[in-house]
Ligand binder design. Sequence first.
Ligand code: MIC
Ligand code: SF4
Length: 659
Amino acid sequence: MGYTLSQKIIREHLVSGEMTPGSEISVRIDQTLTQDSTGTMAYLQFEAIGVPRVKTKLSVAYIDHNMLQSGFENADDHKYIQTVAAKYGIRFSRPGNGVCHQVHIERFGIPGQTLLGSDSHTPTCGGLGMLAIGAGGLDVAVAMGGGPYYINMPKMCKVELTGRLAPWSTAKDVILELLRRMSVKGGVGKIIEYSGEGLRYLSVPERATITNMGAELGATTSIFPSDEVTLRFLEAQGRSESFVSISADSDAHYDEVISIDLSSLEPMVAKPHMPDNVVPVAEISGLKVDQVCIGSCTNSSLTDMLKVAAILQGKTVHDDVSLVISPGSKQVFNMIAQTGALSDMIASGARILECSCGPCIGMGQSPKTDAISLRTNNRNFYSRSGTASAQVYLVSPEVAVIAAIRGEVTDPRDYGTPPEIEIPNRFLINDNLVVIPPEDSSLVRVVRGPNIKPFPLNTEMPDQMEGKVLTKLEDNITTDHIMPSNAKLLPYRSNIPYLADYCLTPSDPDFPEKAKKHDGGFIVGGANYGQGSSREHAALAPLQLGVKAVLAVSFARIHMANLINNGILPITFANASDYDKISVLDNLVIEDARKQILSSVNGLTITIRNVTQECLLEARCEISERQARILLSGGLLNHTRQIARDESDVSDTNGQEDT
Ligand code: MIC
Ligand code: SF4
């Protein structure tokens, strides 16, 4: 039997394990990327590991999230990342160069290689045939140090595309349709591979929109084959030497097959507050709109911008709408300036932002109270825009811009004929904002501003774990609930003690206070706990507050790994109905915790005593033996140091410099 596309890449990069679904494997990582809101922590952790220079083929540090500089904090963190990058052999993509995923696919991605990024939308580069995976900062730090990346071998899900998109239907509608069918949990434990004759009509930027939002399915990653379309894109980027043709074998086995006839798709929208709350645009047509944001790593390519500009040409943005546009990269920005498209946008009254994440992560442009905001982003989680009462809808750039002109949601098929866009066969290539690290970095001094505070380090897992249930939460709690990020909080990504005071506050405003009062304890969650971002802060802030374990119905992949990496026990209810046997402030005890965690590797359940309700609960901890050891050591850093100490080649410090 043949191999799927991702099985081929995994096989070539396999360091350990068997490629059977569910069993732990580790793979060699060719490239890494970080961005600034997770990067400071990732580099602090990399420094703590103590490797003199990155061992990857390529590592890039992007500055794209923390771009509002309303105090010294973000600028300090940028300087830290710039100097640490120079010190350790990492390319530095300066502020103004663009959003990490857009720049990476344009300038660095290579089909058939592996990419690990400290951002959940790293799978964007799957649009280019890369095996690109999002992870927590510490996992990326380990990969930069030459360590392999561990995951459970995913199941293979094939999405067979037939036909061709109808006028006004877009790549965004392909992924919204999948979200409608599969839900935000539907991709967990799977790699989504695209195939079929419909592929040839999808350009690399369109493919990237689809793989980008595969993160919202909870998938490990998503990938397209590298074919003629990929070659043309790489040629246009002046990088044809990076091309390799790679696709699945015709007799490859898939665990699941989904068919989509592209020609049957209509324009879709994800309604508040989940990306899978999808209906046809026609269903909400006429809804008055207050704000439209076009951009983000999902829809900010040159193609997207040119379409938007063509629709805006000669029009004025509706009086009641604020339209903001952020091009995805300097390349895109420069090209829309050159072609005159930018001029059409400006003339229409659009507010042009720099190329960065911007409104997508609440970094400015929070809408008014109760606003209806249409966005081309990938996430519409509650409160993420920075305005808790706002209602965010996710749509294609075409639907977004028409609403900006009309002042209300309009099915684009009622608007006229779609613009014809010509994509140049040569992009404007100017990598002058990518700083190449010096060969000899002995004279580089890493600059740490006062915003960088030591991060919390866990201690060895005790034999008896006890504490109060600090909060009890519903299904689909996102990392934006656990560690909210907006213009006020993002500047503190390197200051965990400060951030901890906001931990889980969108769901439970008293959580930090309760955690402090009771000296930490347990979090109880529903299904898909921790979905969304890769931010390790969603584990570090609870750790700072003394959280020992999270007992949930199920976990999102990256968040579960982040909990383990920080020594917080992630356990699931063996019987989902036991969720009802726990109330806030109940006292829980796990006796013989160390022994029970080790036995859970062999499928045994962990017994938890609910002292308050006088009952026993059974929980599962679906981890490998390696992960059990990490938990017992109190997290991955302690574990790595323990191993290094055993091999006695690093000193016995905690690796964090005084600040
Ligand atoms: C996001 O889209 O939520 C982010 C901000 O890019 C995060 C990373 C972060 O929290 O810094 C992600 O997707 O991983
Ligand atoms: Fe940035 Fe938004 Fe993309 Fe996250 S989803 S990387 S915040 S543009």
